[in-house]
Design a protein around this ligand. Sequence first.
Ligand SMILES: [Zn+2]
Length: 504
Amino acid sequence: MVYKSLTYTLIGIDAYLVEVESDISVGLPAFNIVGLPESTVKESKERIRSAIKNSRLPFPEHRITINLAPADLRKEGTSFDLPIAISIISSALNISKERLNKFLIAGELSLNGEIRRAKGALSSAFLTKKLNLDGIILPEENVFEVSYFTDIPIYPVKHLLEVAQFLKGEIEINRVEKRDIPVKDFSSLDFSEVVGQTYAKRALEISAAGKHNVLMVGPPGSGKTMLAMRIPTILPPMTIEESLETTMIYSSAGLLEDDKPILIRPFRTPHHTASEVAIVGGGTNPKPGEISLAHNGVLFLDEFPEFKRPVIEALRQPLEEGKITVSRATLSVQFPADFLLVSAMNPCPCGHYGDESKPCNCSYSQILKYRKKLSGPILDRIDIHIEVPRIPVSDFRKVSQEESSEKIKERVMKARDMQRIRFGKDNFFNSRMSNSQVKKYCQLDQLSIDLLEKAVEKYKYSARTYNKILKLSRTIADLDCSEKIESRHVAEAIHLRGMDREFI
Ligand SMILES: [Zn+2]
């Protein structure tokens, strides 16, 4: 008789239904799994056999065939262990087929039948809801991540025996109720810890307000990393939807710490030597890369020109569309990747060009070559270019009252409110305005037009740069709670385009 249990496989971050059919027929003992299982699934046979026997459940000494349907979906991971085991023992235990097919089941088995965490449990909960099933049987370790975001019944389990008894109707398992999102942990970082750098801090405030990508240029030790790390502290708190999206990515990658949902905007800082797959995502069974782990947060790329060329070029799609498509021979997977790009670089190969404390020993052509590593299309997607000079040691001794992140965040949130009212959507920013929106929302008075035209003449701005300055002026006016863009807003925006004036 053929029994069937229900589980899922992950493609990208989405869960797809997989039916685990078991056929036990007379013949020499054998155990085969068919239906496009990857090596991790094929290897599960020994774990499943031991887990069933060690739980004192009947393992049929016959010919066992497991079919994972649909056959054209690739199945990877260890969470198939539990549904396969259940499908095998159902016949001998007389489990009702009807009851069995009311639940989605997932979990890895240990040799003695204990159940371990599954990847992508959060996505599987949404699948369960979509299929209108009675609930989901999940490893206890996964329960936290799921219970914050969905009200479907979750049955947490620790051991194979417990699942068998529950499906036979011999025991009850207490359902987990939906939990309230906990009070957010606040970051221990704060902008008030950064001495000086008033100009850079202001530029980052503008970046946070209008979601403008940033490039910081400065010598080593000037505090670029210190500044970047504090950007999440001035961004608005995550909404439930954002938190859910980002948690799903971490859940599918098996990277949730202590099963807590992601409540604080991520700050990812991959090293420039990291592989393209690690940063962009991909692999044989495509996994999210750093750019997706930074979804709804900040991606900080230090020493930006040192990143591999294909990595830099691959950032174009996510910067434009907020997602990345990873294509493999048989499938193409999309991952969300909507982040604020904060990049940093030295001013020259030795790092000391323009640094008063140390001489630069690079030639003009070396500096030019170094800066040209960043291609035009990428620089085009970065609105703000600022210089971050080294702070003189004497400044550290100054006792100054630096503004707190909370205070800056208040202004950022007001500016975001103005954008929300203007564009009528939750997730829309000045930096994303189309040309026609720029025309509509960035009208200038004569004084501002004169100022901008003078700058265009002097610095030879392209049409694109001209548009960027208008968008930045819009954000600066929003931070000022002003519907009208004034000449001082335009003047400040021109200052945020340092790279256009030098070398490039
Ligand atoms: Zn140099």
